[in-house]
Ligand binder design. Structure first.
Ligand code: XMP
Length: 419
């Protein structure tokens, strides 16, 4: 039987930004989940809640319908007008629902370890490690529970950042002594991508190839369980507000989503957590900050930052330029002040001068943005000196580049990634 924390359900009656309310309540160490008011009563009761909060979005009829639907449920209930009611909600949880306020990441780890052991028994788990926060923390947690009965597969698709493959192996195989299957599939990916310029086509090729390579490696482990770093926002974002209530029962859309026909049973120990909670768990499990506090990175990796045809030569240029951007950002103490900062390879050549000789080389664009949820984003006004330093170093140290530009496009109308 899966252990459930004391749960208060926020019933979403159309309130924008209700996740912020959920975060505020969780900060008081009270576990809460958001479920849309269109969900069946049984779906809500399946979470074994200790109280219900109806969160109004201003539509009185919808709120009244939701209250009527749960009228027969004998639990403490409260109606919140919106985000401003965070304090009153918290008080309701403590006074009426008698929550003890014990939702702590230390306790979460203990419970998750017990759950994983109960679910997996004496069998084995395979997990695709990307080097991103979610899959890394999931790996560390499952490893804590079942040790070397976990095998991780790390696929090098040839689109990784500089030293990334080494870093991931260093952290997991060497420091954690974890079973890590390293698959160097770069040739396979780069051959398939050769000559492809269309961004969607690139994404499709990378996604499909990734699944094939991972599935081959995973099947060799013969593990019946697949570990995944699905987190809470992955699940809520896939719950439609209006629509077929049956689909409210979660449908996963984890990045690089694996096909249904892989006959694995899923182990998803982070599915209750927000991103910052995932980071806390990772820290408690001993993962280093260089991994936990990294900027988000797209699944198709440098593939969507290499505009135009991808080749080994252009990727090398991009990788080197990207490493310089990151290094200088860290040195100048700006890394943690930006959400994402990176280099983009622009397949345009222009004329320049290097060592008194004419050059005709490529362009690197630098992009730096801040955002709350990646839906809209603002360009960061990085200090001029820092941008100059990045530019100087890229042109001096990266063969094939003679011009650096700064991308000052907001989102919208631009997207964060160029492709
Ligand atoms: P855009 O470019 O859509 O990016 O403004 C928004 C955020 O999502 C990241 N991104 C991706 N992440 N797979 C991912 O896992 C992808 O295919 C992908 N495309 C974009 C992007 O880096 C930014 O943080």
């Amino acid at each position: 039987m899966k252990q459930t924390p004391e749960t208060v359900i926020l019933i979403d009656c159309g309130c924008d930004g209700i996740q912020k309310l959920a975060r505020a309540v969780r900060d008081k160490q009270i576990y809460t989940m958001v479920i849309p008011c269109t969900a069946p009563v049984e779906r809500v009761m399946a979470e074994n809640p200790v109280g219900l909060v109806f969160v109004s979005g201003g539509n009185e009829a919808r709120l009244a319908d939701a209250q009527a639907k749960f009228a027969a449920v004998g639990l403490p209930k409260f109606t919140a007008a919106g985000l401003d009611d965070a304090c009153k909600v918290t008080e309701f949880c403590i006074n009426e629902c008698k929550c003890s306020g014990n939702w702590k990441m230390e306790t979460f780890i203990e419970e998750a370890v017990a759950d994983i052991r109960a679910q997996v028994g004496d069998q084995t788990v395979v997990l695709g490690l990307s080097g991103g926060v979610d899959s890394s923390v999931a790996a560390a947690l499952i490893h804590r529970a079942i040790g070397d009965r976990l095998s991780c597969v790390f696929v090098n698709h040839g689109l990784l950042r500089k030293n990334e493959a080494e870093m991931v192996q260093e952290i997991f195989a060497r420091n954690f002594n974890m079973n890590l299957v390293y698959v160097d599939a770069s040739d396979r990916f780069l051959d398939k991508l050769a000559g492809v310029t269309d961004p969607e086509q690139k994404r499709k090729i990378i996604g499909k190839e990734f699944i094939d390579v991972f599935a081959e490696a995973a099947e060799k482990t013969k593990a019946p369980f697949l570990g995944q770093g699905t987190i809470y926002p992955d699940i809520i974002e896939s719950i439609p507000f209006d629509g077929d209530p049956k689909s409210v029962i979660k449908s996963h859309h984890n990045v690089g989503g694996l096909p249904e026909n892989l006959k694995f049973k899923l182990v998803e120990p982070l599915e209750r957590l927000f991103k910052d909670e995932v980071r806390k768990v990772g820290k408690l499990l001993g993962l280093p900050s260089e991994l936990l506090d990294r900027h988000p990175f797209p699944g198709p990796s440098l593939g969507v930052r290499n505009v135009g045809p991808i080749s080994r030569e252009t990727l090398k240029i991009l990788r080197e330029a990207d490493a310089i951007v990151t290094e200088e950002l860290i040195k100048a103490d700006w890394y943690h002040k930006t959400w994402q900062t990176f280099a983009v390879f622009v397949p345009v050549r222009s004329v320049g001068m290097k060592n008194h000789k004419r050059t005709y080389d490529y362009v690197i664009a630098i992009r730096s943005i801040n955002t709350v949820d990646a839906v809209t984003a603002e360009v960061v006004q990085l200090p001029w000196e820092l941008l100059f330093k990045m530019s100087e170093r890229i042109i001096a140290e990266v063969d094939g580049v003679n011009r650096v530009v700064y991308d000052i496009t907001q989102k919208p109308p631009g997207t964060i990634e160029w492709e």
